[in-house]
Design a binder for this molecule. Structure first.
Ligand code: ADP
Ligand code: ASP
Ligand code: MG
Length: 472
C-alpha cells in the first residue's frame, strides 16, 4: 500500500499510562502524515503474569490464581483510569472487563481440569495484547484520532503449532486486504494485537515469546508497507546486549542477514523470525527507542557497505544441547538424523547449531530451552520403538550450555579472526564445547559452559574492537 508505515511498540513502550501516551504521540505524528498500521505488545510483564496464572491454575492453587487475576485487573484498570475519563473511560473499562473475564474463565477452567490444553493457553496468553490494544486505541480516540483495536486472530493465519505457530502468508494477505486495507484507505488507524493469530479454521495460536515483532513484519509484508518501525527500549541494535556489555554501541545500519543472525542467536531486540517476510520485498526496518524518539536508531537494509571484521556479539543462555546416539550398528546414524530433523520441523523448533561424529554416529543439536519439551515429546514418539528396545541410547540433554555468536558480513576472509576470538575466550578460562561456522562466514557460533558466557561476550567484544571508536 502506498506510503504505509507499520509501527510496533514493545512491552516497555506500552508499560504504563505515561508510556502509552508517549507511544500514542508517535502514532499520531505518523497518522497525520501517511497511512499507519500499529502493532502492540502486552504491557511489560503481563504475558509472564498470564502464563504464571495458568501454571498456578494447573497446580490447583486457587488463591494464587485469584491474586494474579486481581493484579492483572488493577494494572489495566488503573492505567485506563489515568488515561481516560468520562463516557469513553467508562466504555473502555467495560471492554477491559469483558476481556479480563474471558481470561478468568479460561484460568478457572484450567484450575478445575488440572491441565492446560495448548489451544486454551494460546487463547489466554493473547489477552495481554488485547488489553493493551484496547487501551491505546481508546486513548487515541480521545485525541480525535480514528483508531480502532483489531484482534490479530481475525487477520494473521498460521499453522496449528500452538505456542510457536508459523504464519501462512497467502491467506493472511487476503484477510489483511479485506479487513485492514479499506480501513487504512478510509484514513483510519488499526491497532493490531501482536503475538497472536489463528489457524485457517479459527483456532487461536501464538507466534512464540517476543512474537509481536514478527506480527508486525508479517503485516508489513502482506500490506506492502513502505517501512517498518520497531519501537523498543534501547537506541537501536547494538554491538552487544548493553545489559552485558555496558560499552556496547548502536549500529547505524546493518543488513537483513546480519540482523537475522543476531536475532536467531539471542539478541532479544528482534524476534528471530522478524526479517524473513520482508527480505524478498526489501522493506526497510528501523529499530528505534520510544523513550528517545529523537535518536536515529538502526536502519536494517538489504545491503550495506560492510566494514571489515565483526559487527556485533550476542549470546543466549536458555539453550539445550540434545544428543542422539545409536546403541546398535543396525540403526543407521543418517536415518536417525533424518527422523530427528523431521521431528524438529514438526514443532517449528529452530536448530541453532548442529554437529555429528561419523565414527560413533553420534548426532547433537542446540535448541532453545523453551522449545525443548515439545521437541523431546516428538523425538520420544518418533523413536519409541528404538528407545524401548535399546537400539538408541537414552536421549541426552545438557542444559549447562550457552551460545555465543559473532556476526558480521565483513568477517569473510579475515584470516586469523576466529583464532583471536578463541584465544580471547580461553584467556577467560571459559570452556568451549562446540564451534560452528556457516560457509557464508557471516557468523561464528560457539557453545560454551553457561557460567562463562557473559565473560566470554565481554572478552570477544573487546578483542574485536566493537566498543566506541577512540577519539583521534
Ligand atoms: P520489546 O519489549 O520492545 O520487544 P525486548 O525486551 O524484547 O523489547 O528487547 C529489547 C532488549 O533487547 C533491550 O532492552 C536489550 O537489553 C536486549 N538486547 C539484547 N541484545 C541486544 C542488542 N544486540 N542490541 C540491542 N538490544 C539488545
Ligand atoms: N507479549 C509477548 C511476550 O511477552 C509478545 C511480545 O512482547 O513480543 O512474549
Ligand atoms: Mg521483544
Amino acid at each position: 500500500m502506498n506510503q504505509l508505515v507499520v509501527m510496533k511498540f514493545g512491552g516497555t513502550s506500552m508499560g504504563s499510562a505515561e508510556r502509552i501516551r508517549g507511544a500514542a504521540l508517535l502514532c499520531e505524528e505518523q497518522y497525520n502524515r501517511r497511512p499507519t498500521c500499529v502493532v502492540v505488545s502486552a504491557m511489560s510483564k503481563v504475558t509472564d503474569l498470564l502464563l504464571d496464572t495458568l501454571r498456578h491454575a494447573e497446580g490447583g492453587d486457587a488463591a494464587g490464581v485469584e491474586a494474579n487475576l486481581q493484579a492483572l485487573e488493577t494494572r489495566h484498570r488503573d492505567t485506563c483510569h489515568e488515561l481516560l475519563e468520562g463516557p469513553l473511560g467508562e466504555e473502555t473499562q467495560l471492554l477491559l472487563s469483558g476481556i479480563l473475564n474471558e481470561f478468568a474463565r479460561i484460568a478457572r477452567g484450567v484450575l478445575m481440569l488440572g491441565e492446560r490444553p495448548p489451544r486454551s493457553v494460546d487463547e489466554a496468553i493473547a489477552v495481554g495484547e488485547r488489553l493493551s490494544s484496547t487501551l491505546i486505541a481508546a486513548y487515541l480516540r480521545s485525541r480525535n484520532v480514528d483508531a480502532f483495536a483489531v484482534n490479530a486472530r481475525d487477520v494473521i493465519v498460521t499453522d496449528a503449532v500452538f505456542g510457536n505457530a508459523a504464519p501462512l502468508l497467502d491467506p493472511t494477505r487476503e484477510k489483511a486486504e479485506n479487513l485492514l486495507k479499506p480501513e487504512l484507505e478510509a484514513g483510519r488507524m488499526p491497532i493490531v494485537t501482536g503475538f497472536n493469530g489463528a489457524t485457517l479454521d479459527g483456532r487461536p495460536t501464538t507466534l512464540g515469546r517476543g512474537g509481536s515483532d514478527f506480527s508486525a513484519s508479517i503485516l508489513a509484508s502482506v500490506l506492502d508497507a513502505e517501512e517498518l518501525w520497531i519501537w523498543t527500549d534501547v537506541d537501536g541494535i547494538m554491538s552487544a546486549d548493553p545489559r552485558i556489555v555496558p560499552e556496547a554501541v548502536v549500529l547505524e545500519e546493518i543488513t537483513y542477514r546480519e540482523a537475522a543472525e543476531l536475532a536467531y542467536n539471542g539478541a532479544k531486540v528482534l524476534h528471530p523470525r522478524t526479517l524473513a517476510p520482508l527480505m524478498e520485498k526489501e522493506v526497510p526496518v528501523w529499530s528505534k527507542n520510544s523513550f528517545r524518539p529523537e535518536v536515529a536508531g538502526t536502519r536494517i537494509v538489504p545491503n550495506a557497505g560492510a566494514p571489515p571484521g565483526a559487527r556485533a556479539v550476542t549470546s543466549m543462555n536458555n539453550v539445550a544441547l540434545v544428543s542422539l546416539e545409536p546403541a546398535s550398528a543396525l540403526l543407521s546414524g543418517t536415518r536417525v538424523m533424518a527422523r530427528a530433523i523431521e521431528a524438529l520441523a514438526a514443532t517449528n523448533a529452530e536448530v541453532l547449531a548442529l554437529s555429528s561424529s561419523s565414527y560413533r554416529q553420534n548426532f547433537c543439536f542446540l535448541i532453545r530451552q523453551s522449545e525443548l519439551p515439545a521437541v523431546i515429546e516428538r523425538l520420544e514418539q518418533a523413536f519409541s520403538l528404538e528407545l524401548a528396545h535399546g537400539y538408541l541410547h537414552p536421549i541426552d540433554i545438557d542444559l549447562d550450555v550457552g551460545l555465543l555468536a559473532i556476526v558480521g558480513e565483513g568477517m569473510k576472509g579475515q584470516a586469523g579472526l576466529a583464532g583471536r576470538i578463541f584465544t580471547a575466550i580461553s584467556r577467560e578460562m571459559v570452556n568451549i564445547i562446540a564451534i560452528a561456522q556457516g560457509s557464508s562466514e557471516l557468523t561464528i557460533a560457539i557453545a560454551v559452559r553457561k557460567d562463562g558466557i557473559e565473560k566470554a561476550v565481554r572478552a570477544v567484544h573487546r578483542e574485536c574492537g566493537l566498543g566506541p571508536v577512540p577519539a583521534v
